[in-house]
Design a binder for this molecule. Structure first.
Ligand SMILES: Cc1cc2nc3c(=O)[nH]c(=O)nc-3n(C[C@H](O)[C@H](O)[C@H](O)COP(=O)(O)O)c2cc1C
Length: 198
């Protein structure tokens, strides 16, 4: 049975990101997967200290962080997952601050001893897992996808964690209503994205 972990960086309860992630996890469950969702807005993740202690030992396994918050438990859950949903709205052209804070803590997936000029990603070549990326913006979808950093940041998250991106749900023009509703065409796409994910 496929285990899917959704990591949601939206600040807003029942906004477009929550609706997209919920619809995706429901579709994945209907197709036989087990899912869980982490709402970063309610999850204890501190800022990376840039101490790089977690990057010093070689190997495929994520390094150990010196901080004592919820991140180690989240990494353990990620290691058990077969696939990911990485989700964040676009704020000022990129992922939200809580999503970026989570991303920076993924440095545990890098091997980067002090005598090495740049990091080597522990799992980049494995690509055993799959990821679906979810984002939205007030701009038209195509503009947001081409000119904002959000999609590239979500892709990088998948790459760092050793996942292959199998699909993207990018919803544009979400800023015209106070309580936007996921468009019908997104709901149709979600079913095929969930199938690709599991
Ligand atoms: C602080 C802030 C910054 C934003 N920056 C952008 C932006 O740079 N480009 C854009 O197209 N939309 C921007 N938006 C709109 C959000 O990306 C959009 O409303 C998104 O769908 C919100 O997701 P949610 O419904 O999950 O909260 C911004 C919204 C806020 C509150």
């Amino acid at each position: 049975m496929s285990r899917i972990l959704a990591i949601n960086g939206s600040y807003r309860s029942n906004g477009i990101t929550d609706q997209s992630v919920n619809a995706l996890t429901e579709a994945a469950e209907a197709a036989g997967a087990v899912t869980e969702t982490v709402l970063l807005r309610r999850y204890p993740v501190e800022f990376c200290l840039n101490c790089r202690r977690c990057t010093q030992e070689p190997g495929d396994a994520p390094g150990e962080c010196v901080l004592n918050d919820g991140m180690q438990e989240l990494i353990d859950r990620m290691e058990l997952a077969d696939g990911y949903i990485f989700a964040s709205p676009t704020n000022f052209g990129t992922v939200t601050a809580v999503f970026k804070r989570f991303m920076e803590r993924l440095i545990v997936y890098a091997y980067w001893p002090w005598d090495m000029r740049s990091p080597s990603l522990r799992k980049a070549k494995l690509r055993k897992k799959k990821a679906v990326l979810v984002s939205s913006c007030a701009a038209p979808g195509i503009i947001g996808r081409l000119f904002h950093e959000t999609h590239r940041q979500l892709r990088m998250t998948a790459q760092v964690t050793g996942a292959r991106t199998v699909g993207t749900l990018f919803t544009g023009l979400t800023g015209r209503e106070q309580a936007p509703v996921l468009p019908e065409r997104a709901c149709t796409r979600i079913v095929s994205l969930a199938e690709r994910l599991i």
